[in-house]
Design a binder for this molecule. Structure first.
Ligand code: NAD
Length: 253
């Protein structure tokens, strides 16, 4: 799909991978709605790229419906959705204080998995009513999984389960939405240089970088955005998850 002039929604657009994706889409002439729990961060990004900012918890049915309505009122129905909102707290299933509180597990699933599905269902409904473009294409949905979906580390039970859910959602969604010409994809990043990792102590960062075979460094948000751009532009890509990780395969800890 050609990006210029199209309405796009980016969740988690206030920081890291989502920020860079919103910037890429804005730079290529898309009309971008930046959704984030942190309205101030979303506002700064929207200002930079001439888009609109919407404060929204992706795990909330009502907030997501409202945000999609506002985005549609400003830009028209979206043809592009990129789900980047996510959180990655580390906690063992059985820690020093006993079993992981169920609410913590639920909170991660709610944002990373339910949040991605929540926006997917709303965007897909909107896209299905649009005029078809070349090949009958109506829309593209890209979600963010993680290498942890395949090699979750100790302490990542909730995170890895949530991202495996995003992986599992991709093919059935692509199959179901094919009749509307809507493609569904996911990116599974390894270690990316975003505030999430750059907040860690230098020694920890060095040792994490050492675990990436080639290139021996963290991925850059611009490399993530470049893959998302290719996914949007290449119509044969559908129903699959692409790892973006420099051949990293994460160890148990
Ligand atoms: N950085 C990495 O190494 C890495 C690796 C694999 C996967 N990922 C995934 O990539 C995505 C983006 O991560 P990032 O590194 O850019 O992190 P980040 O913390 O820089 O950005 C995440 C953004 O999501 C927003 N957010 C959190 N909860 C939300 C909610 N309930 N509703 C709406 N917005 C919410 C945050 O406010 C933040 O702006 C996440 O899904 C993360 O799991 C990151």
């Amino acid at each position: 799909m050609e990006i210029r002039g199209v309405a796009a929604v980016v969740t988690g657009g206030g920081s890291g991978l989502g920020w860079e994706t919103a910037r890429m889409l804005g730079g290529l002439g898309a009309k971008v709605a930046v959704l984030d729990l942190d309205g101030a961060k979303a506002g700064a990004v929207a200002k930079e790229i001439g888009g609109i900012a919407l404060a929204c918890d992706v795990g909330s049915e009502a907030q997501a419906e409202f945000a999609m309505q506002e985005a549609r009122a400003a830009h028209g129905p979206a043809r592009i959705l990129v789900n980047c909102a996510g959180l990655a707290p580390a906690r063992r299933i059985v820690g020093r204080e006993g079993p992981m509180p169920l609410a913590e597990f639920e909170a991660v699933i709610r944002v990373n998995l339910i949040g991605s599905f929540n926006l997917m269902r709303l965007a897909a409904a909107e896209m299905s009513g649009l005029d078809p473009l070349e090949d009958g294409e109506r829309g593209v949905i890209v979600s963010t999984a993680s290498a942890a979906a395949f090699e979750g580390q100790i302490g990542q039970a909730a995170y890895a389960a949530s991202k495996a859910g995003v992986v599992g959602l991709t093919l059935p969604a692509a199959r179901e939405l094919a009749r509307y010409g809507i493609r569904v994809l996911a990116v599974a990043p390894g270690l990316m240089a975003t505030p999430l990792l750059l907040g860690m102590p230098q020694e920890v960062q060095r040792s994490l970088e050492q675990s990436v075979p080639f290139p021996n460094r963290f991925g850059q948000p611009a490399e993530f955005a470049a893959l998302v751009r290719h996914m949007i532009e290449n119509r044969m890509l559908n129903g699959t998850v692409v790892r973006l990780d420099g051949a990293l395969r994460m160890a148990p800890r």
